[in-house]
Design a binder for this molecule. Structure first.
Ligand code: GLU
Length: 449
């Protein structure tokens, strides 16, 4: 099965993140493929690594000085075998086709695990929202949707949030979509709760990964109560992860952004978290500002030349990387295991490098891969779509109950599948094989398309 990896590397040598995502899946499913010649004959892997459609488009917009700026927009529609394409939009200067393809690839399997009939896609732009005025954000979103609107729809491709896209951006994007299409349909999730959004949509990914962590710890007869936790990131996933961890009695010590991290030995409580939300969501400032209000906390700046992130050198029981891809590398993983970390749950997409995963798993650390642990965000989008289709809104308690059930089921599926395939406790294999089976059996049923 290394042939497929060689092939994608030859065709698109620069797409390193995409290669990484494919390699991880292929490693898990290789033994299964060896016993399933019909999958090999049907070219399922070859089809899965080739997006059904890739859109790349110009996004011209006018900045506050009246100068025209041009960014590149993308939508990678990876697979619609299980349901309509659905997945996040990321606005970040690092966005390129490799990142879009890795996100879309992960999304196919993450969505498959949610138990809902959803295909996978991802999109975004190399636009940097940092330092932009609200008006610039609006003009950019309108220009982006000016092209994308013709390719999406509630039964075709549904857009969700990712890095750099939150309630404000979803509002501007949806406003333009509605205007251009002259219809009010659920082609986006993360909408305002007064106009079709689901309660708890922003909490789906963070709460979901904490629910998953709870299930993982229960297999070792322990819980999150009184556990010390390192959380990276300070965006939507990190904020809601911290919120649920606090609720469940854990002590959260850290948060970060691309400039640095804060360590609060007393633990981040609900009041401090509210202040983080004010800094990040309202003032759109830096996490460094946390120490102005809470001077007992320590701020450590991060610089580009650091070979590892000092955040992961702190002693704790659990780690929740909720910032971005490849944020835990080999030295970081060694620091974590040397400090006796017991559980690593991925809140972000692909935050651990393959080498880091190998090191963590080698030490029997409970390791939750984002395809499974991040299924809560994807599932909440599915729940928003369901409510839109029925034109009604569920209460917070109803949504939360469904989310908890889904995360329990995803966890059990991973555990059972891993055990059935001879790797008990290996959540990576469990998630990859279960999701792969679901997508591939849909492909087999539908013929060569
Ligand atoms: N960025 C989110 C993820 O990767 C989007 C999920 C969604 O809401 O569909 O899970």
């Amino acid at each position: 099965m290394t042939a497929i990896l060689e092939q994608i590397k030859t065709v698109d040598p620069q797409e390193t993140e995409f290669h990484q995502a494919v390699k991880e899946l292929v490693e898990s499913v290789t033994p299964l493929l060896a016993q399933t010649p019909e999958y090999v004959m049907a070219g399922v892997l070859e089809r899965l690594v080739e997006p059904e459609r890739v859109l790349s488009f110009r996004v011209p917009w006018v900045d506050d000085r009246g100068k025209v700026q041009v960014n590149r927009g993308y939508r990678v529609e990876m697979s619609s075998a299980v349901g309509p394409y659905k997945g996040g939009l990321r606005f970040h200067p690092s966005v390129n086709l490799s990142i879009m393809k890795f996100m879309a690839f992960e999304q196919v399997f993450k969505n498959a695990l949610t138990t809902m009939p959803l295909g996978g896609a991802a999109g975004g732009s190399n636009f940097d929202p940092k330092g932009k005025s609200d008006e610039e954000i609006m003009r950019f979103c309108q220009a982006f949707m000016g092209e994308l609107h013709r390719h999406i729809g509630p039964s075709t491709d549904i857009l969700a949030a990712d890095i750099g896209v939150g309630a404000r951006e979803v509002g501007y994007l949806f406003g333009m979509y509605r205007r251009l299409r002259n219809e009010f349909t659920g082609a986006m999730t993360g909408k305002g709760t007064g106009w079709g959004g689901s309660l708890m949509r922003p909490q789906g990914a963070g709460y979901g990964c904490v629910y998953f962590a709870q299930e993982m710890l229960a297999t070792r007869k322990t819980s999150l109560a009184k556990k010390t936790c390192l959380v990276s990131g300070a965006g939507n996933v990190a904020q809601s992860t911290v919120e649920k961890l606090i609720e469940l009695g854990a002590r959260v010590l850290t948060l970060s952004d691309s400039s640095g991290f804060i360590y609060d030995g007393e633990g981040i409580d609900m009041e401090k978290l509210a202040h983080v939300r004010l800094i990040k969501n309202v003032r759109r400032g830096r996490i460094e500002e946390y120490v102005e209000k809470y001077p007992q906390a320590i701020y450590t700046p991060l610089t580009a030349d650091m070979e590892s992130n000092p955040l992961w050198r702190n002693r704790a029981d659990c780690a929740f990387p909720c910032a971005t891809q490849n944020e835990i590398n080999e030295p970081d993983a060694y620091h974590l295991i040397n400090n006796n970390i017991k559980l690593v749950v991925e809140g972000a997409s692909m935050p651990c490098t393959p080498r880091a995963i190998e090191i963590l798993m080698g030490k029997r650390t409970l390791f939750g891969p984002n395809k499974a642990t991040g299924a809560g965000g994807a599932a909440l989008s599915g729940l928003e779509m369901a409510q839109n289709n029925m034109r009604l809104s569920w209460t917070r308690a109803e949504v939360d109950e469904r989310l908890q059930l889904i995360m329990k089921e995803v966890h059990q599926t991973c555990l059972d599948t891993a055990a059935r395939h001879g790797t008990p406790g290996n959540y990576i294999n469990g998630a990859n094989i279960a999701a792969f089976n679901k997508v591939v059996s849909a492909m087999q049923d539908q013929g060569v398309v």
